[in-house]
Write a protein that binds this ligand. Structure first.
Ligand code: RIB
Ligand code: CA
Length: 314
């Protein structure tokens, strides 16, 4: 068996974050989850921390270390997305409050300590929310930039525009200064923007296949997706909504599902009109050094085949 890939998941659940975490837990032969780090994003940190632990307990992973990270962005006022994810961030399914506790260590200390302890090039950071924790870890220990194997992130958008403003995608918009620091750090980045995730609609036929699994985790996921997709169905007039965060884990499991281009990406932090925009130099006109593998295409059916098959293992 190929060596398992060591990953840290930094997340702001979020029903789509929950799907990503479930996909990771369902893939123990390929992925060794070293820990889960909660960050403020879709809902405040107290709720993202609660939600991470709800997902762990749903999947029988009470053993998983969960860390709490940043309570708010580096500079700006917190922006949340209850209008999409509901008051708790995991609306749609009624689950008991978690009994597992969080680790005493701060998530940023955990990220730095783990990356500095594990062999160089062996730890992958998977970010599903704002990049605040990773930016703070880089500030604390810049050497992690040269030791992280890859940072695979859901965030940004270019040809597809934004979702929280016309120009910006939510994860970047919440903490643009953090995103700017990460994209300037030299960490090898794989970026899953809206240009990819908007091709991954939770269509009725796809959700029906997950429901047909007949397991409790699958039913909970179906209930979460039913709640999560309603906002985007209304907004885009589509059958289903874009399933964002599982793209990060799917890339680790089946990278050939995706294709893109190594480009320069800069983050707008000055303009009130376009703050949080990921300015992707797709046509390489700027002369700026490429700093991210920007994905643009995905095999949508292959993605949902993978997600469904793996969730069925939980
Ligand atoms: O814009 C989509 C992203 O913002 C997803 O990660 C979703 O969970 C929210 O965090
Ligand atoms: Ca998220």
């Amino acid at each position: 068996m190929a060596q398992r890939r060591k990953i840290i998941i930094d997340t702001d659940p979020g029903q789509d974050d929950a799907a990503a975490i479930m996909l990771a837990f369902a893939s123990p032969d390929e992925l060794e989850v070293l820990g889960l780090c909660a960050v403020a994003g879709n809902v405040p940190l107290s709720l993202t921390s609660r939600n991470v632990r709800i997902v762990c307990e749903l999947c029988g992973r009470q053993d998983m270390p969960v860390y709490e990270g940043a309570k708010h962005p580096i500079l700006r006022k917190q922006v949340t997305a209850e209008h999409v994810h509901g008051r708790t961030g995991l609306d749609g399914a009624e689950l008991p409050e978690p009994t597992m506790t969080v680790e005493p260590q701060h998530a940023v200390d955990f990220i730095v300590e783990t990356v500095m302890r594990e062999p160089a090039g062996s730890v992958t950071l998977c970010t599903l929310g704002p990049l605040t924790n990773v930016a703070l870890a880089l500030q604390m220990q810049p050497a992690i930039a040269g030791r992280v194997r890859e940072l695979v992130m859901m965030g940004g958008g270019f040809f597809e525009g934004g979702n929280i403003t016309p120009a910006a995608e939510f994860n970047i918009y919440v903490d643009p200064e953090a995103a700017a620091a990460v994209f300037a750090s030299g960490i090898p980045i794989v970026m899953m923007p809206l240009d990819v995730t908007h091709q991954l609609l939770t269509r009725k036929d796809r959700v029906a296949r997950i429901a047909a699994l007949g397991t409790r985790p699958a039913q909970v996921l179906v209930d979460w997706l039913a709640f999560f997709e309603r906002f985007d169905e209304e907004k885009y007039g589509s059958d289903g909504g874009p399933l964002h965060d599982p793209t990060v884990i799917a890339y680790l499991l089946k990278p050939d599902l995706f294709s893109g281009r190594h480009c320069n990406v800069e983050i707008e932090t000055q303009s009130d009109l376009t703050v949080g925009m990921t300015v992707v130099d797709w046509w390489r006109v700027s002369g700026r050094k490429p700093n991210a593998m920007v994905m643009r295409n995905v095999d949508a059916d292959g993605f949902f085949d993978l997600l469904t098959e793996r969730v069925g293992r939980l």
